[in-house]
Ligand binder design. Sequence first.
Ligand SMILES: Cc1ncc(COP(=O)(O)O)c(C=O)c1O
Length: 433
Amino acid sequence: MVFSRIFGKSGTPEPHDEPDDAEEAPEEAAGEVPEVPDAHDSYAARAARVLVGGASTGSKRVQALLGEDGPTHFVSAAGCRLVTAEGETLVDCGMALGSVALGYAEPELTRAVIEVLAHGSVSGLSPALEVEVAERFCAAVPCAERVQFLKTGAEAMSAAVRIARAYTGRDVVIASGYFGWHDWSSDAAGVPKSITDHRRLIPFDDVAALDAAAADVGDRLAAIVIEPVIERLPSKEWIARARELCDKAGAALIFDEIKTGFRLATGGYQQFADATPDLAAFGKAMSNGHPLAAVCGNAALMGAAEKTWISSTLASESGSLAAAYAVLQWHDRADICASLGDIGREIREAVAAAIEASGVEGVSIEGLDPMWFLRFDAPERETIFLKAAVESGVLFKRGPYNFAAMAHDEEAIREIEAAASAAFVTLRDQDGA
Ligand SMILES: Cc1ncc(COP(=O)(O)O)c(C=O)c1O
């Protein structure tokens, strides 16, 4: 098992002074992780004891996956396939919440990352690679005259809002979408009301609600913050109205392109729809599963980033920058987003054929081709489908979204169709039982 080759039998990293030639010490290095003696020692059970919620990423918690008896942990992933801790190989349709659009461990990109890491991931100076990636990124993204790299989407979105507030000297933002877990955008326990008081939430693609919020906020408006694609494209009217209101109020229009960047178009929704915001945030597919995010925008707005304080020790760590550089090269060489759309459409058609053939009811295919999902009329029925699909070798995402990847080749799509067919038949038969 790859895991045990890297970390040793116990699952604990080997000390640094272990011999380099691990291949010559097969007893220590090549052992398997001990067989799991019973359910209480599964990774899920161990995770529940030591990890908050059982997983650091919310959407990978047991209840967000398939429940106690579904797969929860992987030991390796390549292309569009992962190997579970139990040794099952699954075709992955969720692609790590859309953070991977090329494929897991894409060989050329991974070699580039390893090569760069071997020369030092950080030092007392910024890496030259940061400048190289920034130049290419600014050439690829319409609104980006300047960029700052960070590590997570939530960080990049918090930075965008901070920059807008610093630039305008105002506090209130109108927001529509999901922007991560940070205080400015969250109603979760522990967030002071004084912070949420400075944010007006509006529904997606609702021009009247946008107008009403803008009228209410008046000259306190710092920014209108929009996640431009939620299940479908927004109307042009909504986006144009947001632009107009920002221009009128001297506020910043911010797009969250964390999911749409390097997927709908390389430069995100703004490029796809020819609607340029003042500021935007990118993450996920821009570095194909390596931790990197970016806040970017026009020079005047981004200049305000120097009036405030946005910084992180590992923001310019070289491994993720190398991954982003490789992604940008992929996008330079071919129309990756057109291919993601084609692949997503093929997968949707395959799943639609499976629905049709099974005669199952109460399920529809929603979303856009490169980011689609299944909508069930009842969560229990979705769970039955997901579990049955895993038994046939395919991991679908619960709810939004399944993300197309370049690695979803014809064979994978055939497997997806076969697993979906089997799972819809199981669901149909249980409906009738
Ligand atoms: C639209 C959008 N914005 C922001 C985020 C937060 O990004 P991260 O989880 O990297 O902090 C996400 C994550 O799913 C997202 O989909």
